[in-house]
Write a protein that binds this ligand. Structure first.
Ligand SMILES: NC(=O)c1ccc[n+]([C@@H]2O[C@H](COP(=O)([O-])OP(=O)(O)OC[C@H]3O[C@@H](n4cnc5c(N)ncnc54)[C@H](OP(=O)(O)O)[C@@H]3O)[C@@H](O)[C@H]2O)c1
Length: 338
């Protein structure tokens, strides 16, 4: 299997990515035990199928080390030059405290060492508490490290529109904001998308599959008990469904998506990813990969073989129109973390 050219997205002038990124929160331990050797094997399978872009974080368990191990084996068997085919996007999620140059430098240094790279392709910065304006200090130091060559591009995750504006006003350039974005959570398009378009910032979307709930597996099923939701991801997005409109409305959505999927000879998950990929300013959708446990490569490749038409979008809208407005219920992107 090789992905078509349409799977690539010009993320920045110097970085082409696969617009379905492999999400590595799923190796953190909260989604089943990961065997490192099997995980690295699975990483080769993803890469060779064309899924060359990884999303990880400093706090996703062994994720950065797995990138390091993958790169080492890759270089040993294929040479150093083809390492440039791999894009690995990590995150910096600092503990609260004073954001000195030293703190930023140490964080970047640890990630570079673990991943075995001289320069991080993308560093996505997260911050817990907006009342602490230390995020501006941290971002200034990270921007300096970028200018010095330790980071290729600086980005954000889970920042709201108000803070994006403050960061832009301080002259700190970022290329993307990683946010939850799905058929159930369309908050990014309310306030943030127009701002992003104006400032040349793209979205990397997570949660498009609601941890796997957006699939045939849950179509026609009664509301799952908490104990059945055996990954952190399933639990997180079940909460989101509850806030959005509940299980009955979600079943209505799955039924409509199934009709659309059948029409295009794809699956419900494919429709969910395609929908988000087509939204304004979306550079990529991150699909979580339980490396070495489950595998959806061939299925996810089908996202690049069809498009949604106006009648599909109108059908989807008939269901989404009945849901609650998450901007009102939760707030802007990322507010669920604060
Ligand atoms: N910045 C942040 O705060 C943040 C937060 C959450 C996630 N993320 C990022 O986003 C990534 C995605 O994580 P997520 O939690 O949002 O999960 P997700 O991508 O919504 O769901 C991933 C799960 O969906 C299922 N799946 C994948 N492809 C499928 C297909 N074709 N058909 C049916 N099911 C399929 C798999 O479940 P099974 O394994 O059970 O088959 C997989 O584990 C994370 O790894 C992380 O990189 C970032």
């Amino acid at each position: 299997m090789t992905l078509p050219v349409s799977s690539r997205f010009p993320f920045t002038a110097d970085l082409s990515i696969c617009s379905i990124l492999n999400g590595m929160w799923q190796v953190s331990g909260a989604h089943g035990a990961i065997d490192p050797a099997r995980a690295v094997e699975a990483m080769f399978a993803h890469h060779d199928a064309g899924f060359t872009t990884w999303d990880l974080a400093d706090h996703y368990g062994p994720a950065e080390d797995l990138i390091g191990a993958f790169r080492r084996r890759f270089a040993a068997s294929r040479g150093v030059e083809p390492l440039a085919e791999i894009q690995a996007f990590t995150k910096c999620v600092p503990h609260p405290g004073r954001m000195t140059r030293r703190v930023a430098e140490d964080a970047v240094g640890v990630s570079r060492r673990r991943m075995g790279v001289d320069r991080l392709d993308l560093l996505q910065f997260h911050w817990w508490d907006y009342a602490d304006r230390g995020y501006l200090d941290a971002l200034k130091h990270l921007a300096d490290l970028r200018d010095e060559g330790q980071i290729r591009h600086l980005a954000l995750t889970n920042f709201d529109t108000e803070r994006l504006r403050i960061i832009a006003d301080h002259g700190i350039g970022v290329v993307s904001n990683q946010v939850q974005y799905s058929l159930v959570d369309r908050r990014p398009e309310t306030r943030m998308a127009p701002f992003c378009r104006e400032h040349g910032i793209t979205f990397l979307a997570y949660g498009a599959l609601l941890g796997g709930l957006l699939s045939e597996k849950y179509l026609g099923r009664g509301e799952p008990q908490r104990s059945e939701l055996n990954t952190a991801s399933l639990q997180k997005y079940k909460n989101m469904i509850d806030a959005w409109g509940g299980w009955t409305l979600f079943q209505e959505l799955l039924a409509v998506l199934k009709d659309i999927a059948d029409k295009h000879r794809v699956g419900i998950a494919n429709v969910g990813v395609r929908y988000v990929l087509d939204r304004p300013s979306v550079a990529g959708v991150i699909v979580g990969a339980r490396l070495g446990i489950t595998e959806h490569l061939t299925d996810n490749a089908r996202v690049f073989g069809f498009s949604l038409d106006d009648s599909d979008l109108a059908l989807i809208e008939t269901v989404l129109g009945k849901s609650r407005d998450l901007m009102t219920v939760i707030g802007d992107c990322g507010d669920e973390y604060r």
